[in-house]
Design a protein around this ligand. Structure first.
Ligand code: CP
Length: 348
């Protein structure tokens, strides 16, 4: 693989890259993590600036990017979309409140070396795919890489951190049972990005990927097709079950997380139906990760969550604070994995 071909690319979805390219960025992240642990600092992105534009709240993403670019010798600028002229696509501008998205992307490209964006939910009216379209519009107009800090379909930076964590904890994913499970939560208005990105990374390395959810919480068929293609090409398997206990039996990795049902999202023709979604959620309150269900997993299994999590709903304190949990390593790996991505895409 020619590394130079990665320079300047956008980082919007795991599936936009080949396995070889994902491994290259992951290895760069591992190398930088090791050097960081040794106290060696390489300012390989010296004097480079990233702009971080947030439409939604964040703890991990903002701070891991800001710290990460600083470690690499560069500078991160936080842009609150309420405090800048909000980028708007052609035809949706409002005088003195917004600015044509193309103009924002081109101007920021003149100052810095990457534009990072987080957008989902209210800013795009909960229309599934609209936030990803917005991200891709930014990438079309920008003259520097656009890095997806989470949209409604993808959280590729989380996916890279999850992959790094699984490889650290398990050594290899080959032959391992990796369970991506729905879990109940009273907070329902969320993107469907984390399970999609987790499916994309875990299906590349020979794992037996199991997707578990109650009826009605199906993930995007295109993302499932991508995971099936990956296991056909690289080994392992992909199955779907509606039984949480069956999924957890003999699992090596469990990733129980709430996600909404896209069938209740808004479309160009209709508003989101949150009431119908609430009824479906309320019928599935039993989908919780507790010590009893963890007993079904392998002795050395790991419990994963991207955080923030809804304690007492998605998971009990005993599990997330218990011996299987790797959630803080996962959160730390956000920074190392992203450093690898930035080092490869922004260098040169
Ligand atoms: N996991 C994650 O993206 O966390 P934040 O929402 O805090 O950025």
């Amino acid at each position: 693989m020619q590394v130079k071909s990665l320079r300047g690319k956008n980082f919007i979805a795991i599936s936009d890259f080949t396995k070889e390219e994902i491994v290259t960025m992951l290895d760069a992240g591992f190398a930088l993590k090791l050097e960081n642990a040794r106290g060696e600092h390489h300012h390989i992105l010296q004097d480079k600036t990233i702009f971080m534009m947030f439409y939604n709240k964040s703890l991990r993403t903002r701070n891991s990017f800001e710290t990460g670019i600083f470690q690499l010798g560069g500078h991160g600028i936080y842009l609150d979309t309420n405090a800048v002229y909000t980028p708007a696509v052609k035809g949706q501008e409002q005088a003195f409140a917004t600015e044509r998205l193309d103009d924002v992307a081109k101007v920021l490209s003149r100052y810095g070396e990457a534009i990072c964006v987080r957008i989902f939910g209210d800013p795009v009216g909960w229309v599934y795919g609209a936030a990803n379209n917005y991200m891709r519009e930014f990438a079309r107009a920008a003259e520097v890489p656009v890095i997806n800090m989470e949209d409604d379909m993808y959280h590729p930076c989380q996916g890279m951190a999850d992959l790094m964590t699984m490889q650290e904890k398990l050594g290899t994913l080959e032959g391992k049972k990796v369970v991506i499970s729905w879990a109940y939560s009273p907070s329902r208005k969320k993107p469907i990005s984390v399970p999609h990105s987790m499916m994309a990374v875990s299906s590349l390395f020979g794992a037996h990927v199991v997707l578990a959810h109650p009826e009605g919480f199906d993930l995007d068929p295109a993302q499932i097709a991508n995971a099936k293609d990956n296991v056909a090409r690289y080994g392992g398997s992909f199955t779907i079950t509606h039984d949480m206990n069956e999924a957890f039996k003999d699992a090596d990795v469990v990733y129980p997380k709430c996600w909404p049902s896209p069938k209740f999202f808004a479309t160009a023709e209709k508003e989101a139906d949150w009431k119908a979604q609430d009824e479906l959620f309320d019928a599935n309150k039993g989908w919780i990760c507790d010590e009893k269900i963890m007993e079904l997993t392998n002795r050395d299994s790991i419990y994963m969550h991207c955080l923030p999590c809804d304690r007492s709903f998605e998971v009990t304190d005993a599990v997330i604070d218990g011996p299987h949990s790797v959630v803080y390593d996962q959160a730390e790996n956000r920074m190392h994995a992203q450093n690898g991505v930035m080092a490869v895409l922004m260098n040169g």
